[in-house]
Design a binder for this molecule. Structure first.
Ligand SMILES: Nc1ncnc2c1ncn2[C@@H]1O[C@H](COP(=O)(O)OP(=O)(O)OP(=O)(O)O)[C@@H](O)[C@H]1O
Ligand SMILES: [Zn+2]
Length: 830
């Protein structure tokens, strides 16, 4: 794909122009002129240095080289070409264009999201000195200019690109920086979003000369008189086989050997050790080892998927919880690997746990690489290059992995395809990775497998109407029954202050029984913190955030009130600001309070909480999962986090503590979300051995969704809910675009939203909903209004509507009072 523009002849006279993407939200791409001496170096996908605006410089990406002089202005020349070969392929450029177009943002914004930091340079960029390089640059082969900047970096530790400009002749800066980055003299500074500590671990490897079986056998034969060493080596080989790679700590534990004995083997040049960050991309041997065979049902399903792929690009696999969907994916991945194709395997971010990673690594060794948001920029770059070169073959990643530079993509697997976290909310591009992946795959003529026990209604609808293929797995692996679901009526439970009971007697009994039988329990509540709000007992006053229009959540452990929208925390209140009274009640309950209650009820049980407060950073999350997996915990209480794709053997009981809160949400997707959540969390129970039990605590027992969850009847649910959607013209029967208006003044934002609605009215009047203030109408001191357009699925209508919105937004911004109103379009909002 590294194709050059072959029709460009540098000696010919016509002027060449380039359309360049720069990382800004511009209404359209800009054009620059190519000076004759640079013509031979420009091609789509390379970076060029350009000046934009008064004096801002950017490294932009060439999208197109052409000879059509712009009619209305004389373009400035590009200053430099930074890359010899394209850093992105033509497919990426086409993909970015599609995303920008479909999700209504600029290609520059897509580029900003897609590229590793390392590639993104602008006048604002800050360079950080790489301390590990030391003070001696002699081995780095720096030229004079590189040396000058390296010296300055050593001295100052960080430099703005503008400052580098002052050090060097201004025309040279970007190419010099590019080379210094490649030589790792410096890094591009990026805002550190995750401040967890890097965790180091020592890994043990076999020296290459013993990786051949014969040599190894010979070595072990010669050791008959060194049993301890032999034992150590055997333990090593065993761990290698089961775990994929060997940690020093585990090896010593398993073999019972001492560090001195291990050191002996290292000195003998049999083993070697390496200390690396746990997240660092593992360099496992490249081999495939798939130790299981599919059940008859799984085999049939695999067959059907292949069959569907013969004539459909996308296939939906609906397999009930614990039916073994992962194993089907594994077989398909193996096939792709053997054909020399790449596979993108997507999972929601929080499902990307060590449990999943370890399993896949044991099947595919070094063929598999992992990509998620916790990686730092050099790791991302390393991975980027591995994908681009084709070395990485199976890419396991979260949403943003769709932006990697695939070379020969053959298959995309989107697991838990219904998961809302595939949709990026902020900032632009507000894409849905599942849907975007389907477009991406089409550029490669690759296939897409969507998998879920509870598919989104959009995908189900597409499968029902033949747009996608459909394959089903309707039995759990090992023919275990789906768990029995019982409803517990919380109205019948007395509490002194007439609040909702946290743990009903029935649930308490079931937990006791499970623990007695040496089983585990998962409890689900979709609220974190201690209590969602405190209410003044006398006048009903509730403490609110000063920046947002929401009540504050009490966090008992920190002893603070926290706003879950902007993150601001406040001291707890003891005096009502309205009436001066001192008595408050805690309304409802979050995970913190449940944990506290459990500790009182089950003082001997080992209890842990899994929510974003309890597991800051990925390691804490993984550590908890491991504790639970090893049965060093009895009860796990958590939010959404406990729902995603976890596979534990010993969970006999699942409790859903407040189903009314799940089903009482004001959103047209509430039933769908409720069904998915309850079915998925139920699915954690009884995966191995005996049938599990689920208790759902609820007031409104008559809710139709509950009955369907109880019967595990996804199809009936889908039919019921599709009926509702049809009646009210919601997706999948329409396409939605949501316009969000934000401004610090409430009147201005209201007027702007109404103005926009009036303008849209003649064309789209019958499809407009609102404008209206959302439930939380002020966040971070910005007032919000929303206008929703529900478009019938008619050819051309969506495009026409997007064009109108863009036009009218520009128009709105020309009206003086609305100049600074932010208008955010969101296509297919979730
Ligand atoms: N053919 C098989 N051989 C051995 N074990 C299997 C087989 N199929 C499934 N299993 C086991 O059954 C369990 C459930 O499989 P898996 O996790 O793939 O289910 P799933 O369909 O992804 O469920 P969920 O949607 O709940 O995540 C796993 O522990 C898996 O190893
Ligand atoms: Zn707030």
């Amino acid at each position: 794909m590294d194709s050059l523009f072959t029709d460009i002849d540098p000696s010919s006279t016509p002027t060449h122009f380039v359309e360049v993407l720069i990382p800004l939200a511009l209404p359209k791409n800009f054009t620059w002129k190519v000076p004759p001496e640079l013509v031979s170096a420009v091609q789509p996908g390379v970076r060029v240095e350009v000046v934009f605006g008064k004096n801002k410089k950017y490294a932009g990406i060439v999208k197109r080289v052409h000879q059509e002089a712009p009619a209305s202005f004389d373009p400035k020349p590009i200053l430099n070409v930074l890359d010899d070969a394209p850093i992105v392929f033509l497919q990426e450029l086409a993909f970015w264009e599609w995303i920008a177009d479909y999700y209504m943002c600029s290609e520059g914004e897509v580029m900003q999201a897609a590229l590793p930091t390392h590639f993104k340079l602008s006048s604002e960029t800050i360079l950080l000195f790489n301390e590990t390089i030391g003070e001696d640059f002699s081995h780095l082969d720096l030229d004079d200019e590189e040396f000058l900047v390296a010296e300055a970096l050593l001295l100052r530790k960080e430099l703005k690109l503008l400052e580098v400009q002052q050090i060097l002749d201004a025309t040279h800066v970007y190419p010099v920086i590019k080379r210094l980055l490649e030589k790792q003299v410096c890094f591009v500074w990026e805002e550190l979003k995750h401040t967890y500590k890097e965790k180091k671990e020592t890994y043990v490897h076999l020296q290459p000369q013993f990786q051949q079986e014969e040599q190894l056998a010979e070595l072990m034969n010669s050791w008959s008189r060194a049993p301890k060493q032999l034992e150590l080596l055997l333990a090593y080989l065993h761990l290698l086989k089961t775990e994929g790679e060997v940690k020093q700590s585990e090896l010593l534990k398993k073999s019972g050997a001492s560090s001195a004995q291990l050191k002996g083997l290292i000195e003998k040049n049999v083993l070697w050790t390496e200390s690396r960050s746990v997240d660092r991309l593992a360099t496992l041997p490249k081999n495939i080892q798939i130790p299981f065979t599919l059940s008859e049902q799984q085999e049939t399903a695999l067959h059907s998927i292949r069959e569907q792929f013969n004539h459909k690009q996308v296939c939906l696999l609906r397999g009930i919880t614990s039916s073994g969907k992962t194993l089907l994916y594994t077989k398909l991945m193996e096939e792709m690997l053997l054909q020399g194709k790449q596979v993108l395997y997507m999972l929601p971010e929080i499902a990307l746990t060590a449990q999943v990673i370890r399993r896949l690594q044991s099947y595919f060794g070094g063929y598999i690489v992992i990509y998620h948001s916790k990686f730092n920029s050099s790791e991302r770059l390393e991975l980027w290059n591995k994908v681009k070169s084709g070395e990485a073959r199976i890419i396991l990643g979260a949403r943003s992995a769709i932006f990697l530079p695939f070379r020969e993509l053959g298959l995309v697997i989107c697991d838990e395809e219904h998961d809302p976290s595939y949709k990026q909310q902020d900032p632009a591009p507000r894409y849905n990775a599942r849907d975007a992946a389907i477009y991406l795959a089409s550029l490669f003529n690759a296939r897409v497998l969507l998998g879920s026990a509870t598919p989104s209604l959009e995908s189900w609808f597409n499968a029902m109407h033949g747009k996608y293929g459909l394959v089903e797995l309707s039995q759990r692996y090992g023919d275990i029954q789906l768990p029995e679901i019982q409803l517990v009526d919380t109205k019948l439970v007395y509490t002194p202050d007439r609040s909702k009971p946290i743990i009903t007697p029935q649930l308490q009994e079931a937990i006791e029984l499970a623990i007695q039988q040496n089983k585990q329990v998962i409890l689900f509540q979709n609220r974190r913190g201690y209590s969602p709000y405190q209410v003044c007992q006398t006048c009903g006053w509730i403490p609110h955030c000063k920046n947002c229009d929401v009540s504050l959540t009490f966090h008992k452990i920190q002893n603070k009130l926290v706003c879950h929208y902007c993150g601001t925390s406040y001291p707890t209140v003891s005096v009502c600001e309205a009436c001066g009274n001192h008595q408050f009640t805690q309304q409802n309950f979050g995970t913190e309070r449940i944990e506290e209650t459990l500790q009182e009820l089950f003082p001997k049980a080992r209890i842990a909480r899994m929510d974003v407060d309890a597991v800051k950073g990925k390691h804490a999350h993984d550590a908890l999962i491991q504790l639970f997996e090893q049965h060093r915990l009895d009860i796990l209480v958590g939010t959404q986090m406990v729902v995603k794709g976890l596979d534990f053997d010993k969970v006999a009981l699942v409790g859903i503590l407040d189903a009314d809160a799940i089903l009482g949400f004001a959103d047209f997707r509430v039933n769908e979300r409720g069904f998915q959540l309850m079915e998925q969390v139920s699915g954690r129970a009884g995966r191995k051995g005996a049938q599990g039990l689920v208790l759902i605590q609820v007031r409104n027992l008559q809710h139709p969704v509950l009955l369907l969850v109880q019967q595990h009847d996804y199809k009936a649910f889908a039919e019921f809910e599709l009926n509702n959607r049809h009646q009210f013209g919601y997706p999948p029967f329409s396409r939605m675009i949501q316009l969000s208006f934000r401004h610090k003044d409430q009147n201005t934002v209201r007027q702007a939203a109404h103005q926009m609605a009036n303008w849209l009215n003649p064309h789209f009047g019958q499809y407009l909903v609102g404008p209206a203030a959302p439930v939380v109408n002020r966040v971070r001191n910005q007032y919000r209004m929303e206008l929703v357009i529900k478009l019938p699925k008619e050819a051309g209508l969506l495009q026409h509507c997007k064009e109108q919105i863009e036009l009218l937004t520009a128009h709105l911004h020309q009206q003086p009072p609305f100049k600074s109103v932010t208008v955010i379009p969101d296509v297919d909002p979730l």
